[in-house]
Ligand binder design. Structure first.
Ligand code: CO
Length: 141
């Protein structure tokens, strides 16, 4: 019943925190031959991000806009590396209602704007084996 409500579609992206987005993009291009589809500053999240397509998913590189942002604090504490996993959902409002009913620890109780016109919400890493989860609803959905 719950799974009908949340309806996960696919792994949308893996978010990776980096100190220097230009340098990271050079490395991805030189070592793996992959380049971003777009690059965007998302002020509401305090990041500049680049989305690199890989199969049906993306690698999302995140450079913080300053040290007092969530990704800035993550980098200071843990260094560069995997920051979150993002799962595409058909309906983010329904997904959040489902998770609330399950007693999940939500970072965002309501969706907020993400990059590329998406709507997103984060679920606290303590809710699921230390993994920060982002739910993403595409503008097309
Ligand atoms: Co993300």
């Amino acid at each position: 019943m719950g799974s009908d409500l949340i309806k996960l579609l696919n792994l949308d992206h893996v978010g990776i925190a980096v100190h220097d987005l230009d340098h990271a993009l050079d490395e991805y291009r030189e070592k793996y031959g992959i380049t971003p589809l777009y690059r965007e500053t998302v002020a509401s999240q305090g990041v500049e991000e680049a989305m690199i397509p890989l199969g049906g998913s993306f690698i999302q590189l995140l450079q913080p806009l300053g040290p007092e942002t969530p990704v800035g604090r993550f980098l200071a504490k843990q260094g560069e590396g995997v920051h979150h996993l993002a799962w595409a959902v058909a309906n983010i409002n329904a997904a959040l209602e489902h998770l609330k009913a399950q007693g999940a620890r939500l970072v965002d109780s309501e969706p907020r704007p993400g990059g590329g016109g998406t709507r997103i919400a984060f679920v606290h890493p303590r809710d699921l084996a230390g993994t920060l989860i982002e739910l993403v609803e595409s503008p097309d959905d």
